[in-house]
Each structure stands twice: as C-alpha cells, then as structure tokens.
Design a protein. Sequence first.
Length: 81
Amino acid sequence: MRIYVFKSEANEGLCAFAGDADGNKLPAQFAPWHSEGVIEVSGTPPHNFSRIKIESAIRLNGFQLWRIKQPVAANGSPSTR
C-alpha cells in the first residue's frame, strides 16, 4: 500500500498518513491539509513508525494522525527555533 503524508495547516505540528492522494478521509476539523509526500510500498515511514500499524489504521479509519514534537530547550520550555 502507498501511504500518503499530509500536514495540517490548522493545527501546527499535526500530520497524517492516508491511503489516498487526495486525503478525502482526513478529519475536517484540522483542514486544510497539505500533501507532504508519499511513502512507496517498499519505503520506510519516518520516525521509525510501524508500517503495519499505519496500514492497519488506514484500513480501519482511512487515516492515522501523528504529531511532530517541538524540540525542548535546555530550560525545559519548547524551543522557539
């Protein structure tokens, strides 16, 4: 299965994997969604995510959400870089 990667414009750091290039099943409350690329059948998902779990979520829900963690500064607060 090809896995399509999207990023939410409405919710900073929120991303999604979807089974279709248009992202038709992505949650509307986080739209608009922008395509960030595709993971081919032989490709590896980013951040060491489990391809099996991603594909299972897509079959069940049509998508899987994930969040990009903000880097933490030395003082413990989110970095503003």
